[in-house]
Structure formats: structure tokens, C-alpha cells
Design a protein around this ligand. Structure first.
Ligand code: HSC
Ligand code: NAD
Length: 685
């Protein structure tokens, strides 16, 4: 059956798209829409047209899989121009998400109606491009620049009610019977003298001149979000063109900017990120009919840094949570931090006071492990110590109902060993959240040797429900993310002994787009994490820093000095300590370029990533990219570490690793998979 069908409701032609899963505007859909418009034009009995979609959503945009392939007509702009040129009014009837090209189709229509649950947006910028089918020119004309600019530059969709307020939607209609509502609306406009044509509107576009401060003010508020990305600035330029140029010329400008972006590296990388996140949700070796186990009540052990944040994820999503601590004081502290975090978010407008109370009302604090007996899932976030973890698993196994899932939030430890303490190893897995757990999107799901498929599938399902991006990892020290952090830390330390300063090292990574470098990260985490005070013998730079109470941000100083606002500055004392160690090492002191620092930090990570793949600890290279982008702030516009390695060339990475090893007088430890791929000219993705 054709993806586009038409049917007549009296004098109204109803055009329906059925192209699952999201009605992407692929070639067949575009051709079908063009045919339908021709059908309407050629039939005197037809006086209006309704465009709607079957399935879960209105058109969710252009078909992203077609980018980078030779275009096959009709193009989306041609189809939308044909819709807009129709002498008979066209009504878009929107449900689900009208996104990107989907919203551009709707903007080409003369009228838009939507159900209240619908959302409308132009998310192209998140794919490193801009709306290329007239969206940057039509949206400002329809809603004004002040409303259009944030939608185009941030890519965030708006709810239908707001779209109604700003004039993007003409009428909100009932959730059921959308096509019928469309027909009724169409009938109500038949016979009107003029139907609004988005590209010809002039009533709102003059409100903000293109040289107004508005654009600079907007840039300032979005600074952090825009840093390093090329597409947002192009979006701003396109919107300015909408103000300054006649529509036809503005469209030309838009097309030119789109063409440049879509062929660029950033857009390729961001499209990779889009598909990588979705691929990560697919697990090898799990039959499609594997059931998802019911989870209603969640137990959490430990109300410390992680336990509290983990609890918030579930509370926000509406799960009942019981949180366990050893002592009343720690329990009270944990619960009050959860409340404070919610209240802070409410103050920023992210929650209403009611939502805060509803979430807090779902939380049961306890000191008695027996209260976890009826939980469907229990996650432990107690100290990172195998004996403590084993003890917890043994006890939980005896208390929590049979069939319930037991999970560890361990950062490094062996989940198989914990599972072995229980009589239900099939129900044990790792759920590794990232700090702050209520904010970071990544969840590493650690598949232990005996984890059952249903348990794994349930965890993947839960991750989606609490808004996380989940990636499956095998059991190895540090799993995917932290395991790759270790060689980076070693490389950073080694450079200190050869003349680099912590701030030079960190700068190479922040310039690359990471939120912080290795030494800023150590200062944030605390240098004394795992440091043995009693046995410290001033053997490493870290030992000396901790001995002098330079333990990181929490003591006001670490590798850096911090002021009262936690702003870092280079430290003379640290420089002197490093110089002393460097002199003792006998290594030659030299100046490192920022390029060399970056390569020395990042190439060993790629090598480790390749080992992770070779050992089957990650299912695919793109999973590693997803981990680093969502768990550690790796800049998405480079596509993640493995994609980035592909873009610079694996042969270059191997050559770099060899050169760095030679410079340090060490044997290079290069992963065979990486070396083989480099030799064959292959890539990871
Ligand atoms: C665009 O529209 C550019 C335009 O300006 C036109 C430019 C024309 C220029 C011409 C110049 C001459 N395409 O996310 P889910 C797949 S750019 C292809 O899990 P959900 C997805 O991969 C586009 N495939 O579902 C997955 O496949 P799998 C702007 C797409 O319910 C499956 O659908 N639009 C696709 O959680 C389910 O996806 C966007 O960026 C697409 N556009 O969320 C919207 N969209 O099953 C992107 C999805 O094989 N999409 N797929 O893994 C989304 O944000 C989400 O998919 C939804 C649904 C919110 C729609
Ligand atoms: P934390 O010290 O802040 O909290 C641990 C809490 O567990 C403490 O409040 C302690 O009183 C409590 N606790 C200890 N034994 C208990 C028991 N038997 N029953 C109930 N409560 C008990 O530590 P954290 O940073 O939250 O780390 C917890 C776990 O999460 C560790 O395994 C850690 O490796 C992991 N993790 C930490 C981070 C991070 O950045 N902090 C990130 C990811 C994972």
C-alpha cells in the first residue's frame, strides 16, 4: 500500500501518511504528497485539503538516513511550495511531534490544528544543520523573531498550547477524532476570501530589526550551549536573512547555509550521535519476545552522593522509592539533600511546588533492610568496597522477594562476584549511574555472566522511562567509561613529569570541548579518593598534595587554588611540588604544544576503547561514543572518541601512540584491533 493515501469527505480531501515508525518525509512520502496536491488541484469538487498522519506522530522530519545520498525528487521544499501555492486551503492536523521538515510542511499549510498533547519544533540544529525547507524563513514570519529564534537555535520543541498562544497553531482540538476535526476546520474556512500564506506574511517580521541587541543578548544566554557548535550561528544568520531579505532570497540564503552544514564534519558527527543513541538500546542475543518484568517499587541502599541522585530519577518518574541508610543522621541528611535539589529545580521553574511534594511523597526513608522486602528492584550505592558490597548482596538476597532484581552502582568492581553471593545470579546486574545522578543522562547497564535476558531488557526499559540513555557493558574494571579514563589519567601524570603544567594539560581538553580536563576533574572528585593517609609516604605528587591538605575543591585547593566562588587559578605551590618530582625523575623537561597534549591524552583512550571492543565489553564502537558524550561531556559535535578517531584516521592514531611511547622510552601497547583496522584503512563506525 502507498505511504500516502487520499480519501474524500464531501468537498474535503483528506491526505493521510502512513510511514512508520515516525512518518519521516522520505522520497515516497514526498512524492505521495505532491501527487495528492495535484489530485486536489485537478478536482473541482474538492474545496479544501487536510494533511494528517497515522501512527504515533505527525511527520517527525526529513528522513535522516537520506542525508549524504544523491537526492531523488521531489525535494521537500518543492512539495511544501506546492502545498502553499494551493488555491484551496490546506489544513495540517497535528498529533505527536511535528518536527523539522514535519513542522515545515505544517508551515506550508494555510492552517494548523493540533491536539493538546502534540509538540512542535525545529530540532535540526541538534543534527548540526538548520531547517532547510523554508523553516527559518516561514517560522519568523508566522510567530515573529522573538519566538522563532529560540526554537530554531536551541531546537527544543514547544507544547501545542504554547504554539497556540504564539499563533503557530490556529486551534487546539480533542485528542480523539483528529482527522474529523481537521475536516470540520477545513469546512469552516472554505469560502474565505484570503487564506494566510506563511511566506507572504509581513505582520510580525518587522518587530525586531536584524541589528538589534536582541541577537547578542540571546547569544549571551545561550553561550554555554552554543560553544563549539557551528549550526547555531548559521541559524541566527538565516533568521537575520528572514528579516532583511525578501522571502525568495532568504530561502536561497537558507539553502546555501544548509548545504554547507549538511556536508560538514559536525553534522555527520551529530547524525552519528543520533543513530548511536538509538542503536545502544538494542542488545545482542536477546530474543524480541523477551518479557519486561513489572517494576513498581524501587529500593536504594545508601543515601550518599549517588543514592540520593539515583532515588530522584525514580521519584521524578513516579516510582515509589524506599531508601536505606545505616544511621538516622546520614538518612536525614540524604533525604534533606534530595528535597533541597528538588526545591532548587522548582525555583528555576523546572518543577512546580506540587510536583516536588508528589515526588517527596513517594519516598520512604528507613534504617531497616526488611522494609526492602517487597521491592521489585533494589540498587545498592554503598561504599566502593568489595567486602561491603558482598555483605549487602548476601543480606538483600535473604530479604528481598524472589524474582526481584538486585543491582550495583559500583564504578569499577566485579558484578559477577557480587552475583555469586546470591541464590539469584540471573537477577543481578550493574546499574552504573553518573554523578550527579539526577542530571547526567548516561546509564551503563552492566551485563554480568549470568544476568538473564528479561532482567537486562527490564533495565533497558526502565532506563528509557527515567529518561536515561542506556549502554550495555560487559564486566571489566571500570566498565566502558571509567576504564577509558585510566589511560588518560596516566598520560596526564606522565606529562607533568616531563614539563607540562596541570593548567596546560586541562586547557588542551577544554579547548577541544570537554567540560574539564583531568586535573580539574581530580580536584572536583577529591584527590583523597582511595588515598591511604596512614601509609602515605610522599611518593607521588598526589600523596604530597593530600598530605598538605590540598585535597581538591572541597578543601579549597588541589592542583589549583580556588576562591570563594570555586573559581580556579594556577598554584605556585603545586608548580614547585611538580618541579621537584620532575627533577627527581631525571626525565628531560620540554614544552608541549596543545596539539601534542590533546593527542597524548586522547589517543590512549581510543586504544583502550579498541581493547574494550576487541574483548566484546562493548557491543559496538558507537556505544563507546554514546558513553563518553552522555557520561563525561565529550563534545557531541566530534561524534565521540571512536567517531573522532575515524575522522582523523586510525593510522594517525597508531603513529601517534608509537611516537608517544618512543618519547617516554616505553614499549607501545597498541590494541591489535586498532592496528589491524589502521593497516587496512578501516574505521570503527
Ligand atoms: C529535517 O527535518 C531537515 C529539514 O529541515 C528538511 C531539509 C530538507 C533540505 C532539502 C534541501 C534541498 N529520519 O527516537 P525513536 C527512527 S532533519 C529517519 O526511538 P521515539 C529512529 O532512528 C530531521 N529515521 O522514537 C528509530 O529507528 P530504529 C528533523 C528516524 O518515539 C525510530 O525512528 N527531525 C527519524 O523515542 C524510532 O525513533 C528530527 O530531528 C528521522 N527523522 O521518538 C526528529 N526520526 O527503530 C528526530 C526517528 O531503527 N526524531 N527515526 O532505531 C526524534 O526526535 C524522535 O525519533 C521522535 C520519536 C521524537 C520523533
Ligand atoms: P557516599 O560515601 O557518598 O555514599 C555511600 C553511602 O552509603 C553512605 O551514606 C553510607 O552511610 C551508606 N552505606 C554504607 N554501607 C551501607 C549499608 N550497608 N547500608 C546502607 N547504607 C550504607 O558514596 P557515593 O559517592 O554515593 O558512592 C556510592 C557508590 O556509587 C560507590 O560504589 C561508588 O563507586 C559509586 N559511584 C560513585 C560515583 C561518584 O561520582 N561519587 C559515580 C558513580 C558511581
Amino acid at each position: 500500500m502507498s505511504v500516502i493515501t487520499t480519501r474524500r469527505e464531501g468537498e474535503v480531501l483528506v491526505v493521510t501518511s502512513n510511514n512508520p515508525p515516525v512518518n519521516a518525509l522520505g522520497q515516497a512520502v514526498r512524492a505521495g504528497l505532491a501527487d495528492a496536491m495535484a489530485e486536489a488541484a485537478g478536482d473541482d469538487a474538492i474545496q479544501a485539503v487536510v494533511i494528517c498522519c497515522e501512527g504515533r506522530t505527525f511527520f517527525a522530519g526529513a528522513d535522516i538516513t537520506e542525508f549524504g545520498k544523491p537526492p531523488v525528487g521531489p525535494s521537500l521544499p518543492e512539495v511544501i511550495d506546492a502545498i502553499e501555492a494551493s488555491a484551496k486551503p490546506v489544513v495540517a492536523a497535528i498529533h505527536g511531534t511535528a518536527l523539522g521538515g514535519g513542522l515545515e510542511v505544517a508551515l506550508g499549510c494555510h492552517y494548523r490544528i493540533a491536539v493538546a498533547s502534540a509538540r512542535l519544533g525545529l530540532p535540526e540544529v541538534k543534527l548540526g544543520i538548520l531547517p532547510g525547507a523554508g523553516g527559518t524563513q516561514r517560522l519568523p514570519r508566522v510567530v515573529g523573531v522573538a519566538e522563532a529564534l529560540p526554537m530554531i537555535v536551541t531546537g527544543n520543541p514547544i507544547p501545542a498550547a504554547q504554539a497556540g498562544k504564539i499563533g503557530l497553531v490556529d486551534k487546539l482540538v480533542a485528542e480523539d477524532g483528529l482527522a474529523e476535526s481537521g475536516v470540520a476546520f477545513a469546512r469552516s474556512v472554505i469560502g474565505k476570501a484570503d487564506h494566510p500564506v506563511s511566506s507572504k506574511r509581513t505582520d510580525k517580521i518587522g518587530e525586531i530589526p536584524s541589528d538589534s541587541d536582541f541577537f547578542d543578548e540571546f547569544r549571551k544566554t545561550q553561550m554555554r550551549r552554543l560553544k563549539g557548535f557551528e549550526a547555531p550561528e548559521a541559524c541566527i544568520e538565516a533568521v537575520k536573512a528572514a528579516i532583511d531579505l525578501p522571502y525568495e532570497e532568504g530561502v536561497k540564503k537558507e539553502r546555501e547555509l544548509f548545504g554547507k552544514l549538511v556536508t560538514g564534519t559536525q553534522s555527520k558527527a551529530l547524525r552519528h550521535v543520533f543513530f548511536a543513541e538509538r542503536a545502544a538500546a538494542k542488545i545482542d542475543g536477546i530474543p524480541a519476545d523477551t518479557p519486561v518484568l513489572p517494576v513498581k517499587k524501587v529500593g536504594i541502599l545508601g543515601a550518599g552522593t549517588m543514592g540520593g541522585g539515583i532515588a530522584m530519577n525514580f521519584l521524578t518518574a513516579g516510582y515509589a522509592v524506599t531508601i536505606l541508610e545505616r544511621e538516622q543522621e546520614a538518612l536525614d541528611r540524604g533525604v534533606s539533600i534530595i528535597r533541597k535539589n528538588y526545591e532548587r529545580s522548582a525555583a528555576k521553574g523546572r518543577f512546580t511546588a506540587d510536583q516536588v511534594e508528589r515526588a517527596m511523597g513517594l519516598l520512604t526513608p528507613t534504617l531497616d533492610m526488611n522494609d526492602l522486602a517487597d521491592c521489585d528492584l533494589v540498587i545498592e550505592a554503598v561504599f566502593e568496597n568489595m567486602d561491603v558490597k558482598k555483605d549487602v548482596f548476601r543480606k538483600l538476597d535473604g530479604i528481598v522477594k524472589p524474582g526481584a532484581i538486585l543491582a550495583s552502582n559500583t564504578s569499577y568492581l566485579n558484578v559477577d562476584e557480587m552475583a555469586a553471593e546470591t541464590k539469584r545470579p540471573g537477577s543481578v546486574l550493574g546499574l552504573h549511574f553518573f554523578s550527579p545522578a539526577n542530571v547526567m543522562r548516561l546509564l551503563e547497564i552492566v551485563r554480568a555472566a549470568k544476568t538473564e535476558p528479561a532482567v537486562l531488557k527490564t533495565a533497558m526499559d526502565l532506563a528509557k522511562k527515567i529518561g536515561k540513555v542506556a549502554v550495555v557493558s560487559g564486566v571489566c574494571f571500570g566498565f566502558i567509561g571509567n576504564r577509558m579514563l585510566s589511560p588518560r589519567q596516566r598520560a596526564a601524570q606522565a606529562m607533568l613529569l616531563q614539563g607540562a603544567k596541570p593548567w596546560d594539560v586541562d586547557k588542551a581538553l577544554t579547548d577541544f570541548g570537554m567540560p574539564m580536563g583531568p586535573f580539574q576533574m581530580s580536584d572536583l572528585a577529591g584527590l583523597d579518593l582511595g588515598w591511604d593517609k596512614a601509609n602515605s609516604k610522599s611518593e607521588t605528587i598526589r600523596d604530597v598534595l593530600c598530605e598538605r591538605d590540598r585535597r581538591g575543591q572541597k578543601t579549597g585547593k588541589g592542583f589549583y587554588d580556588y576562591d570563594e566562588n570555586r573559581r580556579p587559578s594556577p598554584s605556585k605551590e603545586v608548580e614547585a611540588i611538580i618541579d621537584e618530582f620532575a627533577a627527581k625523575s631525571g626525565l628531560e623537561q620540554r614544552v608541549f604544544s596543545q596539539d601534542e597534549i590533546r593527542e597524548r591524552l586522547l589517543f590512549p583512550m581510543i586504544n583502550e576503547g579498541a581493547k574494550i571492543l576487541e574483548e566484546g565489553m562493548a557491543q559496538r564502537a558507537s556505544d563507546i561514543d554514546t558513553v563518553w558524550i552522555n557520561g563525561y561531556g565529550w563534545p557531541a559535535y566530534t561524534g565521540g572518541p571512536m567517531f573522532w578517531a575515524d575522522t582523523i584516521g586510525l593510522d594517525k592514531v597508531v603513529a601517534g601512540l608509537k611516537a608517544h611511547a618512543a618519547a617516554s622510552g616505553a614499549e607501545p601497547d597498541i590494541c591489535k584491533l586498532l592496528e589491524d583496522k589502521a593497516a587496512k584503512g578501516e574505521t570503527f563506525n
